[in-house]
Design a protein around this ligand. Structure first.
Ligand code: GLV
Ligand code: GLV
Length: 330
């Protein structure tokens, strides 16, 4: 292999490795046992010569790492994630390193987890499961684990991009919910979908569904009926977790489904004890197909930059770089 490419973690599948090997790359996979690598750990991995790195959302890709990568002759970095709040794209630009992410392949998988959390919260699945396992079930009762019906309620979506729109469609179509969404951009296709589905329901003699584009996040929180349920599958800091714990304590009927946390991997004090919270460890994109796809896209991102973009003559096969106009390395 002419090019040295590092992956800071073992990643699912073998396709990503084969793609790199077939294209003159030597692939080095870090097998360090600790979950979160420090900046120093990654500098040591990069060493003196490194053409590209595939990294993870747990790593702090800022000035120090991009400087180290650029010194080692590196031209490309890809996050194995769609989110890139862990990446300082300006610093990458400064050092002439192209940055990629892995959109698309995780849209439905992430939306399905958001839907799972919505259902788990509304139907109290985790609490009920604990109850069964604890041997507490001694017969059917009219009041046992009564939750909320989603049908006919309004689901609120903040951020109607790829994932938010996919989730909105699942909830509207699957559960006949109305939609209120907030986004800087108009989600035209989503609006059309809800309108058409509403008309279909009406023609069937059923209660139609409606959509509304809110002019603020507050309006969504005020008007969504899933006000009694909050789901977060984006990034932890969008929710004030201390305030959330307090709200969960004061309002036992309020329920939350969380995939992400303000200070991962930690939870704020009290959250773990709340029966009205369903918490999972940042697994929204964790389906086999998606994780293999993310690894493949991340490898293609790095290859695309090293070998000349787009490598297969099909621009759609390579995720667009986040900073396509990065200046060449000095
Ligand atoms: C996961 O959180 C991702 O951004 O891909
Ligand atoms: C519940 O099991 C019912 O039959 O209503």
């Amino acid at each position: 292999g002419k090019y040295r490419v590092i992956s800071t973690k073992p990643m699912p599948g073998t396709r990503w490795i084969n793609l790199l090997i077939e294209q003159d790359c030597r692939v080095e996979i870090c097998t360090e046992k600790k979950t979160i690598l420090s900046v120093e750990d990654i500098i040591a991995l990069i060493g003196n010569k490194c053409d590209g790195v595939i990294g993870q959302l747990t790593e702090d890709w800022g000035d120090t790492l991009f400087a180290a990568l650029s010194r080692a002759g590196g031209k490309a970095f890809s996050n194995m994630a769609v989110g890139y709040n862990n990446v300082d794209v300006n610093a990458a630009n400064k050092y002439g390193v192209a940055v990629g992410n892995t959109p698309g392949v995780l849209t439905e998988t992430t939306a399905e987890l958001a839907a799972s959390l919505s259902l788990a919260a509304s139907r109290r699945i985790v609490e009920a499961d604990e109850f069964m396992r604890a041997g507490l079930y001694d017969g059917w009762l009219p009041h046992l684990f009564v939750g909320n019906l989603l049908k006919g309620q309004t689901v609120g979506v903040i951020g109607a991009g790829r994932i938010g729109s996919a989730y909105a469609r699942m909830m509207v179509e699957g559960f006949k919910m109305n939609l209120i969404y907030y986004d800087l951009y108009q989600a035209t296709r989503l609006e059309k979908f809800v309108t058409a589905y509403g008309e279909f329901l009406k023609s069937n003699g059923e209660q139609p569904v409606y959509w509304k584009r809110a002019s603020s996040m507050d309006e969504v929180l005020r008007e969504a009926d899933v006000e009694a349920i909050l789901v977060n599958c984006s990034r932890g800091p969008v929710v004030d977790e201390v305030a959330l714990v307090e709200h969960l304590k004061q309002n036992p009927m309020f329920r939350v489904g969380l995939d992400v946390f303000e200070d991962e991997p930690f939870m704020k004090p009290g959250l773990a004890e709340m029966k009205n919270a369903v918490v999972v460890p940042h697994i929204a994109s964790a389906s086999k197909w998606t994780r293999e796809g993310m690894a493949t896209l991340a490898a293609l991102n790095v290859l695309g930059k090293i070998k000349g973009y787009p490598i297969w003559g099909d621009p759609n096969q390579v995720a667009p770089f986040l900073n396509e106009n990065a200046p060449p390395p000095a």
